[in-house]
Design a protein around this ligand. Structure first.
Ligand code: HEC
Ligand code: HEC
Ligand code: HEC
Ligand code: HEC
Length: 346
């Protein structure tokens, strides 16, 4: 009798130890798809609350006077923001400092004796970042809609955004007795500790390898030539996307079939554009800056730092919960019509 009660107590203790690993408070779920499709978004209120604290919003600077001579005339070496008024230009410089280098100040990008000088690499990169931000906000509305992004969306008050990626260094001993790990079977948070390839970014967010691996027919008929290894790369990318947005696969897919688009939520199409946008930013903006960055900013194979979904999203389904970013900073959308020219045509 006492034996049984001891083993019962042990069982209870063991059970408590096991349950201690469970999440508290109990996760909740909401149905997002049609009834019966099992498209549930599972979330833990405590963890959602933590992401709110990790994503504070910056204060918006008071609007500046849009009248007066253009910055291109007032200053000596302005190549992107030339269409703004001098007051708007100064406001953007102040905002950029708060978004990117609040502790370092203007000196992070400028020789304080000569603001027109381009000798600091940070200023050269920042100018390209201004062009990139305008490009995102005016040419990628398919993804960022009218919400848009500012420098803060990625930088969050630090010169190097928290989420960037590099190509992986090749395996040190190469294909050996133990075998080449082929870029997988390693402990990596990119893949949420799975054994799938740990760099799904190079093939999909830099190169444009096909993400599609699903067969469209029931029986093998030669239409699907994708290998299991290719499917694993796709799976790694999907895991990154889910983690970056803190959502389940069913946020974008009806898991009845991952290959079909029918009956999927619109978020999947937004994500499709997001993949193309991230690739475009890496190919057209970050990679060409390779020789501008100092060696200590480059990756193990000498490549430039690059963006993925987490660079903007940072664990939230819409960066900063979809707070409109460009509403207060129209200068970051694109060149605006010269007010003088507008008057002239009226
Ligand atoms: C993150 C980098 C960065 C920071 C921080 C920054 N700037 Fe700039 N600044 C730039 C870039 C890039 C340009 C050129 C913009 C262009 O070409 O359109 C510029 C241009 C200028 C110019 C024009 C100089 C000329 O004659 O051509 C002035 C003035 C200026 N900044 C002032 C400031 C002040 C004041 C601060 C601090 C409140 C500041 N900047 C902070 C990147 C920065
Ligand atoms: C889509 C994300 C994104 C946006 C938006 C963005 N940046 Fe960046 N920025 C990056 C990445 C990625 C890097 C590379 C990080 C590194 O330097 O190691 C970077 C690097 C920089 C650097 C160099 C920092 C260093 O110390 O090496 C500066 C300066 C900078 N950005 C300024 C800006 C400014 C100013 C804006 C807004 C006009 C802006 N960025 C908008 C992603 C972004
Ligand atoms: C944020 C939206 C989003 C999330 C979350 C997401 N996916 Fe995807 N998935 C997509 C998009 C978009 C494509 C199509 C990509 C393309 O073709 O460029 C895709 C494609 C796929 C494919 C290839 C389908 C084919 O046609 O061969 C598979 C398999 C897949 N996803 C599985 C998953 C799994 C498993 C998860 C959860 C771990 C997941 N996805 C999470 C958006 C998402
Ligand atoms: C340059 C910053 C940036 C990058 C990089 C980025 N996104 Fe987004 N994404 C946004 C913004 C801003 C929104 C909000 C748009 C809105 O208000 O509807 C958004 C919205 C979305 C949405 C819609 C969410 C919803 O609930 O409607 C999905 C899905 C999404 N992004 C997926 C992705 C995926 C997947 C990637 C990587 C392949 C990615 N994003 C990369 C900025 C970015």
């Amino acid at each position: 009798m006492s034996m049984t009660s001891t083993s019962f107590k042990l069982l209870l203790l063991g059970g408590l130890v096991v349950l201690a690993g469970c999440e508290r408070p109990p996760p909740e779920s909401i149905q997002r798809g049609y009834r019966g499709t099992g498209m549930l978004q599972v979330y833990n209120p405590r963890l959602v609350e933590a992401t709110r604290e990790a994503n504070p919003l910056p204060a918006v600077l008071p609007a500046a006077d849009a009248a007066g001579p253009r910055a291109s005339l007032v200053f000596q070496n302005v190549k992107v923001l030339g269409d703004t008024s001098a007051a708007e230009f100064t406001r953007i410089m102040t905002a950029m400092t708060a978004w990117v280098s609040p502790t370092q100040g203007c000196a992070y990008c400028h020789d304080l004796q000569n603001f027109a000088d381009d000798k600091l690499y940070t200023k050269v990169v920042a100018r390209r970042m201004l062009q990139m931000t305008r490009h995102i906000n005016s040419d990628w509305k398919t993804h960022v809609v009218a919400t848009g992004v500012t420098c803060y969306t990625c930088h969050r008050g630090q010169p190097v955004p928290s989420n960037i990626w590099f190509k992986e260094a090749p395996q040190v001993n190469g294909p050996s007795f133990i075998g080449d790990n082929g870029g997988q079977n390693k402990v990596s948070m990119v893949t949420a500790l799975m054994a799938t390839p740990t760099d799904p970014f190079t093939p999909f967010l830099l190169e444009s390898k096909s993400i599609r691996v699903y067969s469209t027919t029931a029986l093998p008929d030669g239409t699907n030539r994708s290998s299991i290894k290719q499917a694993e790369f796709t799976y790694s990318l999907m895991t990154h996307m889910s983690k970056a947005l803190n959502v389940n696969c069913t946020y974008c897919h009806s898991t009845r079939s991952f290959g079909v688009w029918d009956g999927n939520p619109p978020q999947r199409a937004t994500a499709w554009y997001g993949i193309r946008m991230a690739r475009d930013l890496n190919v057209a903006y970050l990679q060409p800056l390779t020789s501008t960055f100092p060696a200590n900013r480059l990756g193990p194979t000498g490549d430039a730092p690059k963006v993925n979904c987490a660079t903007c999203h940072q664990g939230v389904y819409k960066p900063l919960y979809g707070t409109p970013m460009i509403k207060d900073y129209p200068e970051l959308v694109g060149p605006r019509p010269d007010p003088v020219a507008v008057v002239a045509t009226n």
